[in-house]
Design a protein around this ligand. Structure first.
Ligand code: AHR
Length: 506
């Protein structure tokens, strides 16, 4: 068996793990809202039409912040269509997803649902077809206490207390030619600055996210970031990153190594921000919001499930982007979570895209059950146990050679140290499809810590999935091959596995 060495020291930290690292995303897209979180005819529906079984699963996932209402959708959205009496709300064509938007759910309903699941709302603004005025009015509608046109209108809609939304996204993927109202970096940078300036004049404590590139392969990356930030560096607080990885070639070794691409992406955006900081002689550090990340099989989503000729356009709640995630996808999501944890010095917000039915950890059936996809579990473990500070794990792992990424370590790991509760959690993935790895760990300064739990997600079939009929085909179980004594850890990390080792003070 090949060996790996790991060293963690509680004094060597990368940074504080922001609660908002465990965010998600709900877009008006396919069955995310209509037939996902909202299904008034469902037997578990509450008085507002929200499925209680879905609410319970979202609560279990402990999602801290939810980006809403898009996505590509937001770039053609009129938020005013979704307020006031439901019966009088207009139906509109959503040209982003070629759907019919009935506006049964709008900002007030969504905020009520988010409150119920215990998550903060991260509101995105339409900077595609609209601009500054619609944005400032929405902020006033949502956040101003009373005594103005928009705040009093909200009160007249039965919402006395302002929603108090702190985090606002200035548009979505504005670098993408597919985006409605797509802009050049200069056009967008100026607009983001002006909208941002107006919002901060209203409330300097708002946290503003400007659009970075839609992925690292965009031809305008990273000059897009550099130019956008030239315009709005002083106004905004975060620049966004988005990425999805696909196993197009059915090549596991490359697929699981995609978290290396994610790491390069993060480090490049960091450097670009610091370049602009240096150029501007600024003292301000720009933080990153990785507000869309996940596995996404384009083949499943676009060819076999929708957005092709078989998908009926201009309907509500079509089966769009309903990826059926496999055990292999859960391993990649685990690697991506480890990468996020290893970059918490600059990443302060991250959203798994998305939450229900669309590219989602949670699936539902009309009039039927809701269940957890395999990717649910690594996210669940990270959101529950990845708290405190992220430690600078030093790892020596055997490598494999990959045509795309060069030397790839078989083992990936991150560690979260929760000083207040005296807990250390080590997350690890073994990418090796052939054999286990013998892990030798030096947990210096944590001599009194012992193992309190070891959770393992493994499966003999990489393509294994969960379904309405068999919701527990891929589930974690308790592992046993870990020993910890006097600050020394010895573990056998099974081939192709996601591992969560939880340690506590004796
Ligand atoms: O999450 C699905 C889509 O992916 C979003 O609408 C868009 O922002 C991204 O391209």
């Amino acid at each position: 068996m090949r060996k790996a060495r790991l060293m963690v020291d509680k004094d060597f930290t990368i940074g504080v793990i922001d609660k908002r690292m465990y965010g998600s995303f709900v877009e008006h897209l396919g069955r995310a809202i209509y037939g996902g979180i909202y299904e008034p005819e469902h037997k578990t529906a509450d008085k507002n039409g929200f499925r209680k079984d879905v609410i319970e699963l979202v609560k279990e996932l402990d999602v801290s912040i939810i980006r809403y209402p898009g996505g590509n959708f937001v770039s053609n959205y009129c938020w005013e269509d979704g307020i006031g009496s439901i019966e009088r709300r207009p139906s509109r064509l959503d040209i982003a997803w070629r759907a019919l938007e009935p506006n049964r759910i709008g900002v007030n309903e969504f905020c009520a649902w988010a409150k119920e699941v215990g998550a903060e709302v991260m509101m995105s603004l339409n900077l595609g077809t609209r601009g500054l005025e619609a944005a400032r009015n929405l902020v006033e509608y949502c956040n101003h206490p009373e005594g103005t046109y928009w705040s009093d209108l909200r009160i007249s809609h039965g919402i006395q207390k302002p929603h108090g939304i702190k985090v606002w996204c200035l548009g979505n993927e504005m670098d993408g030619p597919w985006q409605i109202g797509h802009k050049t970096a200069e056009e967008y940078g100026r607009l983001a600055n002006e909208v941002g300036k107006a919002l901060k004049l209203y409330d300097p404590d708002l946290a503003l996210v400007a659009c970075g590139s839609s992925n690292r392969d965009m031809p305008t990356f990273p000059s897009w970031e550099a130019e956008v930030l030239e315009h709005c560096y002083d106004t905004i607080d975060y620049i966004s990153l988005h990425t999805y990885y696909d196993d197009e070639e059915d090549d596991l070794a490359t697929y699981l190594a995609n978290s290396i691409d994610m790491d390069i992406f993060i480090k490049s955006v960091k450097s670009t921000c610091d370049f602009v900081k240096a150029k501007k002689r600024s003292k301000k550090t720009m933080y990153l919001s990785f507000d869309e990340w996940n596995a996404w099989s384009f083949y499943h989503s676009f060819i076999s499930k929708g957005l092709d000729d078989t998908c009926e356009p201009w309907t509500t709640g079509a089966n769009l982007l309903e990826d059926i995630y496999t055990f292999a996808d859960a391993l990649l999501v685990g690697c991506m979570l480890i990468t996020l944890l290893r970059n918490v010095d600059r990443i302060k917000i991250a959203c798994l895209a998305q939450l229900v039915n669309v590219l989602a950890p949670i699936m539902t059936q009309k009039n039927g059950p809701a269940w957890r996809q395999p990717i649910f579990y690594p996210f669940l473990h990270a959101s529950h146990y990845g708290k405190g500070v992220s430690l600078d794990v030093r790892l020596e792992s055997p490598m494999y050679d990959n045509a795309k990424f060069g030397d790839v370590p078989y083992l990936e790991a991150a560690a979260a140290y929760d000083r207040d509760n005296e807990r250390l959690t080590i997350f690890a993935v073994n990418r090796n499809p052939h054999e286990s790895i013998l892990l030798d760990g030096d947990l210096r300064c944590l001599n009194e810590y012992t193992l309190i739990d070891y959770i393992l997600l493994e499966h003999r079939d990489l393509k294994a999935v969960n379904s309405a009929k068999n919701p527990s085909h891929v589930v974690p179980h308790k592992g046993s091959d870990v020993k910890i004594e006097n600050g020394h850890l010895e573990a056998i990390i099974p081939k192709l596995s996601w591992n969560v080792m939880r340690l506590g003070k004796q």
